[in-house]
Design a binder for this molecule. Structure first.
Ligand SMILES: [Zn+2]
Length: 266
């Protein structure tokens, strides 16, 4: 399960199945416990926006201090709603944070090197954590609706197998807080894309317009790669329903901050 950790004002989630491995430090942030104000209140981790640089940096410091990780170890994604996967290591530390990204674009980050902290960003899109427990290979995936339709989570698991020799049965996975079928309304043309790829069961009817169950699409693509269902955790949390805890793009539009997933092999 996803566990809400409260340390004073600072609230964030950890995943029990990942915690139990003893292989990593990780969290999924909420909007609570940072220093940003107004629409960014308060744990905004979005780098390029009108929030003050000073506040953003302080927010990173707060999370890193809490997790016991060094800000010099961060490798930030460069998300473009594509399917590029970047393999990163020590040489990439600081990428996207204190210097330009060392890769063109990446909606998924993978590492097998301890001490390298992967960071990916969300405000409704689906966060996916993957860990090969046997070999110590870690991945974070940003699966928006385009990435979900393009099967980026499956592509990342397959990449772990092809490049690192990961066996699907050794991989544990978690699907984090994101917009769920209760609130993910789409037009007919987007609904059609999902029906073609995942079948009618990924659509929830009964609303004015079709709603897509993104998490179901992610879970099914992870199972299709051979990851046992009992290895997969779904947070069950909708970011739109819980906009008291999360930034939700659907709810507020672009005037908002961004949550992040942090994960490091120790
Ligand atoms: Zn909802």
């Amino acid at each position: 399960m996803f566990r809400l950790v409260k340390n004073g004002n600072l609230w964030y989630y950890t995943i029990d199945s990942f915690e139990r491995t003893g292989l990593m430090k990780h969290c999924f942030t909420t909007r609570r416990g940072g220093v940003s104000t107004d629409e960014y209140e308060s744990m905004n981790l979005r780098m390029n926006c009108s929030d003050s640089r000073e506040n953003i940096m302080e927010n990173y410091c707060i999370i890193c201090r809490e997790l016991g990780i060094d800000t010099d170890s961060l490798v930030l994604s460069k998300q473009v709603h594509g399917v590029d996967i970047a393999d990163v290591g020590k040489k990439d530390c600081g990428s996207g944070f204190t210097r330009e990204n060392s890769f063109e674009s990446a909606d998924a980050l993978v590492t097998a090197e301890p001490g390298v902290t992967l960071v990916t960003f969300y405000a409704d899109c689906v966060p996916v954590f993957l860990l090969d427990k046997r070999q110590g290979v870690l991945a974070l995936v940003h699966s928006g609706w385009k990435g979900t339709a393009a099967r980026i989570s499956a592509l990342t698991a397959e990449h772990m197998s092809a490049v690192y020799g990961s066996r699907p049965e050794d991989i544990i996975a978690a699907v984090g807080p994101s917009i769920r079928a209760c609130h993910f309304e789409v037009g007919e043309e987007v609904a059609k894309v999902f029906i073609e790829k995942f079948g009618e069961e990924c659509i929830v009817y009964g609303y004015e317009k079709p709603h897509v169950d993104l998490q179901r699409c992610v879970l099914s693509q992870l199972s299709d790669c051979g990851i046992p269902p009992e290895n997969i955790t779904d947070s069950g949390i909708c970011t739109y329903c819980r906009s008291d805890l999360f930034y939700s793009h659907r709810k507020t539009g672009a005037r908002r901050g961004t949550m992040a997933a942090f994960a490091q092999l120790v």
